[in-house]
Design a protein around this ligand. Structure first.
Ligand code: NAI
Ligand code: MG
Length: 352
């Protein structure tokens, strides 16, 4: 086969971001050592520390350079919650959300699998293996709103949820494709009994696109009921498709029932491939454990598996997934550093 050269942007970010990204890169290299694929890495400094040092969140020229890469590996950004030097929301809105919107990351993909050997807070979780396809570019997160008479008794605040037929259709189609390649079950999660305008747009798009996928069984749950089933019967789910806000909330619950934040991976994906997709652990910068080699890099490493799959390197992606599962199954009670875990997973890849 012809050798493929990929150019990868790496944004380590703040706190444990650089620690877990280093292990992700280690595993990426081990997983592709025997493939006809090479990766050229370019590091970008962004995040809270960068803002403190320079006043920059995401400059336009940096965004332009990022567009030139095939994919982005992202760690985490953000300061400690009590750090008053950084205005709340500035890094989230002006950097993270700006990246997702500018690069049209309309599929926010979050797999939730309970790996053998991982304790779940649920007594009888069963076989948990589902993915949430969360819409990433619309909903209440677009900044369509405003405030009047702020600080007075007459303050008005609006935050309008934007849902377009185009935006909903494309994410629904992606969810159907994924369901078709998995256990052929799709659950729409919304609240169309109350949010009738947006809810019915979603419902109709699922009906229409569903006709192209007769092999996929379609189910619907209101978001409140979905939180119940995620705890009482999570094994019922295969692919969940939902809007930006509901997806944000239920994916944290999904991470909690499948062994926690140290294992939860995600992709911010532009399936039209008009801009690079970005892969990142779900967790934040964890200032409480930063710089101590205490972070679990597994979420970042599983994000690398999603990245490899997106680039068409399916065999390498599967090997990373297998190595992670083996490592998790063999975990004892001995404490391991962040780089111990990365080394262990990388060496499983070298053997396999
Ligand atoms: P967090 O996810 O950083 O930490 C929550 C708790 O989980 C902490 O106790 C932390 O030690 C633990 N934890 C997180 N990742 C871990 C890992 N890999 N291994 C072991 N333990 C881990 O969330 P928090 O504390 O709410 O936010 C800290 C900062 O991160 C804030 O500035 C927040 O805005 C930012 N943040 C950034 C995100 C991103 O970059 N996408 C996502 C979430 C939060
Ligand atoms: Mg969140």
């Amino acid at each position: 086969a012809e050798s493929q050269a990929f150019s990868l942007a790496v944004i380590p970010g703040d706190g444990i971001g650089p620690e877990v990204v280093a292990e992700g890169v280690k595993v990426l290299k081990a997983a592709t050592a025997n493939e006809d694929a090479t990766f050229e890495l370019t590091e970008y400094k962004l995040g809270a520390e960068h803002w403190l040092a320079t006043g920059e969140t995401l400059p336009e020229d940096t965004l332009d350079k990022l567009r030139g890469h095939d994919a982005i590996l992202f760690g985490a950004v953000g300061a400690a919650p009590g750090d008053t030097r950084i205005p709340s929301g500035i890094i989230e809105r002006e950097m993270l959300l700006k990246l997702r919107f500018s690069l049209d990351h309309f599929v926010n993909l979050r797999p939730s699998k309970l790996f053998p050997g991982v304790p779940s807070p649920l007594a009888n979780p069963g076989e948990v293996d589902f993915v949430v396809v969360r819409e990433g570019t619309e909903g209440p997160y677009v900044g369509n709103g405003g405030a009047l008479r702020v600080g007075t008794r007459h303050e008005i605040a609006t935050e309008v949820s934007v849902n377009t037929a185009h935006g909903v259709e494309r994410v629904v189609r992606d969810a159907f494709r994924r369901a078709s390649a998995r256990r052929k079950k799709l659950t729409l999660v919304h609240k169309h009994n109350v949010l009738v305008h947006a809810g019915h747009l979603w419902r109709r798009q699922v009906e229409a696109v569903g006709r192209e996928f007769p092999e996929v069984a379609v189910d619907y749950l209101h978001v409140d009921a979905a939180t119940i089933f995620m705890v009482t019967d999570p094994a019922r789910f295969d692919v969940i498709v939902t809007d930006n806000l509901f997806g944000d909330i239920i994916t944290d619950l999904a991470a909690a029932i499948t062994g926690g934040i140290g294992l939860a991976a995600s992709g911010n994906i532009n399936m039209d491939r008009t801009a690079p997709s970005m892969f990142e652990p779900v967790h934040g910068s964890a200032p409480d454990i930063a710089g101590q080699q205490k972070a679990d890099p597994t979420a970042a490493i599983l994000s690398v598996a999603l990245l490899l799959e997106h680039l068409g390197l399916d065999a390498a992606a599967a090997r990373v997934q297998d190595a992670v599962e083996k490592d998790i199954a063999g975990r004892g009670t001995e404490p391991r550093t962040t780089s111990d875990i990365g080394d262990a997973i990388a060496s499983l890849l070298a053997v396999g």
